[in-house]
Write a protein that binds this ligand. Sequence first.
Ligand code: TYD
Ligand code: MG
Length: 456
Amino acid sequence: MSAKVQTIYICDECGLETPRWQGKCPGCGNWNTLVENQRQEKPKAGIGATKSLLPATKLSRLNELDAGLEIRRDTGLGEMNRVLGGGAVDGSVCLLSGDPGIGKSTLLLQMCKTLCKNQTVLYIAGEESPRQIKLRAERLGLEGERLIIAPETDIEQVIACVEQTSPDLVIVDSIQTINCAGVSSSAGSVSQVRECTGFLIRMAKEREIPVFVVGHVNKDGGIAGPKVLEHMVDVVLYFEGERHSSYRILRAVKNRYGSTNEIGVFEMTDGGLSDVENPSLTLLSGRPKNVSGTCVACVMEGTRPILAEVQALVGKTGFGTPRRMSTGFDLNRAALLIAVLEKRGGFFFGNLDAYLNIVGGLKLEEPGADLPVVLALLSNLLDKPVPENLAAFGEVGLAGEVRAAAGARQRVSECVRLGFHKLVLPKASLNTAGEQPNDVELIPLTNISDAMRIFR
Ligand code: TYD
Ligand code: MG
C-alpha cells in the first residue's frame, strides 16, 4: 500500500491541527497562525495485520528494576543547582526560557566555566557566531579548552556533532533556530520545534548526558511553540527579571527531579551573572523610612524564606470606577483583599484608586503575602507608617480571618536575623514559631480588624 500525503494546517501558537486553512485559529483564537504542513498518512490496516511483526514489549516489575545512581553534575552556580534540585541530572533535557536579552546565553555560558574544568561541553550556536561567543566568553573569564562551539542549525548535523565529540553536556541555543529537513515548515514553527526536541530527548536518554535547550517566549510570556514542548522535556526553567533592574530570578515551573518552588536569584554585572546568596538583604536595600504604604513581607520560596517590600498607594480616583493596579502580586487577589478590607474591616476603598508594587521584580504568589499587602494598603489609607522594624506574613480569608502559614519557624528566624524585631503573624502560627530572643515582639492576629493595633 502506498502512503498518501495529506495537507494539514497546524497553529503556530497552540499546535492545533485542522484540515482546512482559516484566518483565525479555532483553538487559541489567534489570527494568521495556521501554517501549511504535509503529513504522510499511514496505510490503514486492521489490528492484528502487523501483530506478528511487532517485537514483544519488555515488561518489568518495579521492584526488579535497578534505578542506578542518579548522577548530578555541579553547574558551578549555587543558585542554578538549587533550582535544579542539586545539579543537572544525566539523561535529562532542561528547557530554559525567558525574554530576549535577559541573560539566557550568558547563564549557560557561565555554567561552562566550572563544567569545562574536567568535562567537555558542546555548545550548539544557532543564534550567535562563534566569534560573538568568544567575545562574551572572554568577558566572563572562560578559558574554554574543553568547550566546543558548533555553529549548526540542522538537527541531524547536531546529532552528528554530538557523536563526533562525545560531550558530557550539550547546550542548544536556541531550539527555535534548529530545523529538521524532514519537516516542511520553517524553523521555529510548532512542528519543527516538536520534532527537533524529540531528537534531542532521544539523544539525551541514549547517551545519558544532560541537555540544556534555550527556548524563546512569545508575546504573552509563554514558551513559543505548543504546550507539548513543556510536556516533553524534564525540566522547564524561566529566567525573568525587570529590564532596568540588575536582578534576575530563575524559577522552575516543572522539574521531574526536584521541587518547583525553589527560586534562584542572580545579579547581572560587568563580569556576567553572580549568585545572590542573601536575596532578602538585596531586595530590602534602599527601603524608604517613615513613609506610609510600605510593609515588609516574609514569604517562603521553596525551602527558603525571602523578605520583600510591598508598596501600596491609595488615592482619590479621577474616574467613575476606581483603578486597581498591581505589579508582582496577583491583581485578582488584590481586589479580593480590598473587598475583604471593606466588608470585614470597615475601611472604604469605593472611590479610591489602589496601586500595589513588589520591589525588586519579585512575584509574590504565596498566600502568606496577603497580610503584608493588607497592612501596606491600610497604612497608606490611614497615612500612618508601619513601624520600620516590622515584618509580616499570613493568609487572609474571605471572613477577614488571618490563617496560619506554613514554615512559621523559618520565617520568624529569617526576620530576626535581618533585624526585624516586630513580627505580625497569624495567631494559629504562634505555637509553631519557636522560641525567640527577649527583644523580639510577636504580634499575633486572628482577624484583620485587629490590624489597627499595629498603627497605634
Ligand atoms: P544574553 O545572554 O545575550 O541574553 P539572551 O540569550 O537571554 O537573549 O544577555 C545579554 C544581556 O546581558 C545584554 O543586555 C548585556 C548583559 N550582559 C551584562 O550585563 N554583563 C555581561 O557580562 C554579559 C555577558 C552580558
Ligand atoms: Mg541568547
